[in-house]
Design a protein around this ligand. Structure first.
Ligand code: GAR
Length: 198
């Protein structure tokens, strides 16, 4: 039986598309959730015939209510894994406690450098020569969970945020598909901050 995956998106959804385009023998994407009704990732999901759900914080009285609705929305699809693929919100304690060590995030920088919503811009502004992407397990911090895999991307003369992000996303998509496939096939063990995928 392939592992069941729910993907969370906020934007264009190219990482979601990579997961959908890959040879999905080890996993099946069973639903896609966005915090934004206009996320193009929802269109990609619908083109693929997948059910979608919008859980917009603006529709809830407070963060706890949003967190609870998101946890219920994800749980309705009984996923083995939850993948944040460009989901630009910090997950709350209800979601984290419902899926402990079962949530994966992809981030466009080499964590622990440049966490947060502007990882590409922050790396450029800092003047680093190498940045990249990180796929990690999600914990209660901002991009602080145990690291599963990273790939470096060099910064080239004249790079701006858009050009650099597009180059990062090329390797990020491949990395995310590889790690999700391996997690769904073999699982992982976590000891402290160290993660092993057999
Ligand atoms: C990706 O580069 C992902 O790492 C980033 O948003 C992009 C989404 O692209 N996420 C974050 O910055 C989270 N802090 P996509 O919508 O085309 O998959």
């Amino acid at each position: 039986m392939p592992a069941r995956i729910v993907v969370l998106v906020s934007g264009s959804g190219s990482n979601l598309q990579a997961l959908l385009d890959a040879d999905q023998q080890s996993y099946a994407v069973v639903g896609v959730i966005s915090d934004r009704p206009d996320a193009h990732g929802l269109v990609r999901a619908e083109h693929h015939g997948l059910p979608t759900l919008v859980v917009d914080p603006g529709d809830f009285p407070d963060r706890h209510a949003w967190d609870t609705a998101l946890a219920h929305g994800i749980a309705d699809w009984s996923p083995d894994w939850v993948v944040c693929a460009g989901f630009m919100r910090i997950l709350g304690p209800v979601v984290l406690d419902t899926f402990p060590r079962r949530i994966v995030n992809t981030h466009p920088a080499l964590l622990p450098a440049f966490p947060g919503a502007h990882g590409v811009r922050d790396a450029l502004d800092y003047g680093v020569r190498v940045t990249g992407c990180t796929v990690h397990l999600v914990d209660s911090g901002v991009d602080t969970g145990p690291i599963l895999a990273q790939v470096a991307v060099g910064i080239e003369p004249g790079d701006d945020e858009t050009a650099l992000h597009e180059r990062i996303k090329v390797v990020e998509r491949e990395l995310l598909v590889d790690i999700v496939t391996r997690l769904c096939t073999d699982g992982c063990t976590v000891v402290g901050r160290k993660v092993t995928i057999p």
